[in-house]
Structures are given as structure tokens and as C-alpha cells.
Design a binder for this molecule. Structure first.
Ligand SMILES: *Cc1c(COP(=O)(O)O)cnc(C)c1O
Length: 382
């Protein structure tokens, strides 16, 4: 169906940070399928894991024990500080699980109209519950009636959350991205997540972090909340977890980890042997190749390079980023920038009309990082 405004290019092959189209042209991929292929395209370890698993066992059912899934849950819990995992196939589904957990907590405690605090500028997915949770009217438009049970606050505004705590009985959880992704790579004040944690503790709310985009080493830590002193109750992720194989997960600890009982929730494909084999390979590579520190170092190299190359460019208001989540904010909308970049062999995204969003592979070489800087700076300085 007509769900995307597509660019006129067909990629047929990938290798590391590069994609090749059907005419043999090469492109530096600074978007990675929207923060999905963090290890680059056709990573040999991921390819080998998929091939071996494909010749062994693709799918059984969550009606049976799935050893790969159990072990993946253990690895992700060790990485995140959570206790249990629910596997699904996408970010929206991972957030659906989180929202269902919050509602279950409320209903079990006799609150039959529980609500979740969400923030303006957020993006949580395209299902009815996650589009309702999303803080963007364009995502809502035409799909009314939206779901009940959400309370909205501005992003990065602790006073607004405290005011909700003081006035709204019935809240059971806060759902927030540690960095707004689709919203434009907005990084909150360093005290924001710890302050949210404190309010949640005082109120008995669940702190639920949507790390669908920020997770899996994207920001230079495995999860973005690990940059601050804050442990959530629930964390969701998806995008980079399978490096292109669809997999999502909702991780939880404490009370939240024990809310679901058989019959409450499920997924036919979620956490099947194929998807888990891909995620295991991704975690192996993240560990073996020090991908978190690479994302930090190369992300800083790109940000520093862009700041230098764009100094004196009056159309640029800010270059910001954390790890390999980088934005160049411009004064004005740049309708042709994405297709101009495509013509120059560079894949980028523009969000909110005026924010160039870069989500490159986490393991860019120095040469690739410098190529990204020079190509983008040339386009913006033109
Ligand atoms: C992409 C994204 C989602 C939705 O993920 P899908 O896999 O497209 O359902 C949810 N939350 C955030 C923060 C995202 O970036």
C-alpha cells in the first residue's frame, strides 16, 4: 500500500558501511535502515550464524522450551540489570508489551483506569496503543478514536511530571525515550532520568524506557540509560538487536517482571531460533569488537569533524549527538537535501523537516567517518 514516499533507488547488495544499487553505484550508509544494521551490512559473523541456524532449525513454538531464547534472555538481563524478557518482532510490539504490563499492574491493584505518562515529541510505534503513546499529532491524525489511558507532558520537564504526580491519581507508569529519536535526536539534561526514577519510586510508578532506537550500543553504552545513574523497571528494544533480522524484546525487573502469567500475552514468531541466533551473533560482535567504545570514539570523531567543517555556516544551528546518534539542526527546511545526498552517494535522513539525522554503523573506520563528514559538510556548505 501507499505507506512510504520512496526515493528512486534500489539497493541489491551491502558490505559494511556501503550499499550498492542495481546499477553498481556505491553509497555510504549513514542511516543503516534507521538504526538497524549497527554492525554494518552483511556482517560475516551474523551471516554465518543465520546460515548455520537456517540449516538446523528456524522455528518451533513458544509452546516449547527454546534454548537459544532462554540464553538470549539471560544475556540481555545481564547487560541491562533486568530479570526477565518477553520476545517479539518489532519495536512497537515491545512497547505494547510494556504498556500491557503497566495496565496489568494497575488492574491487579484495583485501579481499572490506569494511565501511562508519555511525552511530547516521542515516537513509540504505529500500532493503536503505541501511536496513541506517541507525542506527535501527525501520527495520530485520522486514526481517532485514540486509546484512553495516556497523560501527556513536555519532554525533559521534570516539573511537569511532578505536577502530574501531585494531581493525577491513577497513573501507573512513565514511558519515555532516553533520547528522542524520530523527534530529532534531543538529548535531555543529565539529571532527567535520575529525577524520573526518583518520582517513580515515590509514586510507585514503573519507569519504562523505550530504547528501541537508542539500545544495542547505538549511543556508546549498551543501553542509553547506562550513561546515567538510573535503572528502569522496564526497557524495550528492537532495531539494532538483530542487525536486520526482526526481533524485539521487553525486559523487566522486580514486580514488573512477574506480572504476566500464561494466557496474558504471546507471540507466534517472538524469539524463535532464527531471530535469537542473529541476536546472539550481534551480542558476540558487540563484545568481541568493543562496539560500545567504537561508537563513542567514532561518534565523537563525526561530531567534532562536522563542528569544524560547518563552523561559520549560518544555516546550521547545532551539531549534537551521543555515540552514533547524531543530528545537525538547520535553520530552515531542506526539502532536497536527502535526494542531493543520494546523488552524491550518501544516505542520510531528515526528521522534523530541518534536522539531519545520522545513524551510521557503530564500527565506522576513521576513513569512513571522515568521508561522512566531508560529504555532508560539502552538501550543507554548498
Ligand atoms: C522505530 C521505533 C519504534 C517502532 O519500532 P518498529 O520496529 O518500527 O515497530 C518505537 N520506538 C522508537 C523509539 C523507535 O525509534
Amino acid at each position: 500500500m501507499n505507506t512510504y514516499g520512496r526515493l528512486p533507488v534500489s539497493f541489491v547488495k551491502g558490505n559494511g558501511a556501503y550499499l550498492q544499487d542495481d546499477k553498481g553505484n556505491q553509497y555510504l550508509d549513514a542511516l543503516t535502515g534507521i538504526a538497524v544494521c549497527g554492525l554494518g551490512h552483511a556482517h560475516p559473523k551474523v551471516a554465518q550464524a543465520l546460515s548455520e541456524q537456517g540449516q538446523t532449525l528456524l522455528h518451533t513454538s513458544n509452546l516449547y522450551d527454546i534454548p537459544h531464547q532462554t540464553r538470549l534472555a539471560q544475556r540481555l538481563c545481564a547487560l541491562s540489570g533486568m530479570d526477565n524478557a518477553f520476545f517479539c518482532n518489532s519495536g512497537a510490539e515491545a512497547n505494547e508489551a510494556a504498556i500491557k504490563l503497566a495496565r496489568l499492574k494497575g488492574n491487579r491493584a484495583g485501579n481499572h483506569t490506569p494511565s501511562v505518562v508519555v511525552v511530547e515529541g516521542s515516537f513509540h510505534g504505529r500500532t493503536m496503543a503505541t501511536l496513541t503513546a506517541t507525542g506527535n499529532r501527525k501520527v495520530h491524525a485520522g486514526f481517532e478514536p485514540l486509546l484512553g489511558g495516556f497523560v501527556r507532558a513536555p519532554f525533559n520537564d521534570i516539573d511537569a511530571i511532578q505536577a502530574i504526580a501531585d494531581n493525577n491519581a491513577g497513573v501507573v507508569a512513565v514511558l519515555v525515550e532516553p533520547i528522542l529519536g524520530e523527534g530529532g535526536i534531543y538529548i535531555p539534561d543529565s539529571g532527567y532520568l535520575p529525577a524520573l526514577r526518583k518520582i517513580c519510586d515515590q509514586q510507585g510508578w514503573l519507569l519504562m524506557l523505550d530504547e528501541v532506537q537508542t539500545g544495542n550500543a547505538r549511543t556508546g553504552e549498551y543501553f542509553a540509560y547506562q550513561h546515567s545513574d538510573c535503572l528502569p523497571d522496564i526497557v524495550t528494544t528492537a532495531k539494532g538487536l538483530g542487525n536486520g533480522v526482526p526481533i524485539g524484546v521487553c525486559l523487566a525487573r522486580g514486580e514488573a517482571a512477574k506480572l504476566f502469567v500464561p494466557g496474558n500475552h504471546g507471540s507466534t514468531f517472538g524469539g524463535n531460533p532464527l531471530a535469537c541466533a542473529a541476536a546472539h551473533a550481534v551480542l558476540d560482535v558487540i563484545e568481541e569488537e568493543n562496539i560500545c567504545s567504537q561508537a563513542k570514539i567514532q561518534g565523537q570523531r563525526v561530531v567534532d569533524g562536522l563542528r569544524t567543517a560547518l563552523a561559520g555556516n549560518n544555516s546550521v544551528t547545532e551539531v549534537r549527538g551521543l555515540g552514533m546518534m547524531i543530528a545537525v539542526e538547520l535553520n530552515d527546511e531542506v526539502p532536497s537535501l536527502v535526494s542531493d545526498a543520494l546523488n552524491d552517494g550518501l544516505l542520510i535522513n531528515v526528521t522534523q523537516g530541518n534536522i539531519v539525522r545520522l545513524l551510521p554503523p557503530l564500527n565506522l573506520s576513521n576513513e569512513e567517518a571522515d568521508e561522512l563528514v566531508s560529504k555532508l559538510a560539502t552538501l550543507l556548505n554548498r
